[in-house]
Design a protein around this ligand. Sequence first.
Ligand code: SF4
Length: 385
Amino acid sequence: MNNEEQHPTFRIGPIRPPSEANSLLLQVTQGCTWNKCKFCELYRGTKFQAFSVESIKRDIDAIEHYANLAKPLIQSDGSVDRVTLSHVIASMNSEAQQCFYLVLNWLMHGGEHVFLQDGNTLALRNGRLTDVLQYLKEKFPKINRITSYGRAESLARISAEEYVQLREAGLTRIHSGFESGSDEVLAFINKGVTAEEEIRAGRNIKAGGIEFSVYFMPGVGGKALSEQNALGTARVISEIEPDFVRMRTVAIKPNTDLYTEFLNGNLELCSDDDKVREIQLLLEHAHCENTIVASDHIINLLPNIQGRLKEDKEKMLGIIDEYFSLSDLDRRLYQLLRRHNAVETVADMKKLNVLERRRLEQMCKSVKTEKAWAEQMNELLTRYV
Ligand code: SF4
């Protein structure tokens, strides 16, 4: 019997939200239906494909195969029997081992959470996604959270009644990269979505009883559209009241269309201060009862801006005030340290010894213009995306 017969493999896509680090990844579509956002190069070169229900069910069967191998290895204290593990993986090729370790890690973390890949899973309609969800839950009844990405334009085409069906089949949370709620910014970055579609999508999802998590991208419209980016997003968020608003500071990578806009002089980069002001404006103008602000990515300058939009608003604005109370030089120093993952709060700068501080201050002073500094900070940011 060859390896393929012994160990059927299943597809694993390239990305998942940080909050799904220990989830099972089940790929039901490949790539993105749009593929034209100016800041994104993730699926360029990958043609969108929605897999057939039969082939996804085969993948679920393969996951069950690995789960049956992995379960006996997990001991009562949660650790893994390493000796038996080495025997089990000895018969697997590298692809099978990747599948096995994904399932093992998932089971070691409870085996309850699943993330459906790739960029626009909700394009799988007409009951096909419901069929997949039901099969998955039949095979793994312990699953209690199934989440997915969806583009607002696709999400807006789904009715609240269809979302109810998806929820009853097991879908619990949808993530959507809104990036902005400003039509001007959305058009500039070629998102292919309008603020009204975002609102329709969000309201239907919430009416269907599914959790909704949206992403805001401070700085993506550049200096010219900075205020619109914040205020437009605050309006959309207030209209929807999503469960989560997650910050994803823009990092403009070479080889993207947005970088070409920058090279052609059509985009002036936002400084870190501009991006923080956008968050400040968003917090001031968004009014929601139960929305949680999350800063769950290393790319964000002030990661402790987290909390409930209503109850923790003053605390989060206080963090921003503390940042702006720093001198120009200290703000640059903080930015530099943060971009090297050396600080998480303004107070962390106190840990710097005198000599190190002087050396870094010289680096900060050596960059003469705000524009040049913003370019350097952007370059450092691109290492994280
Ligand atoms: S919708 Fe998402 S995955 Fe698709 S191009 Fe835009 S950012 Fe990239």
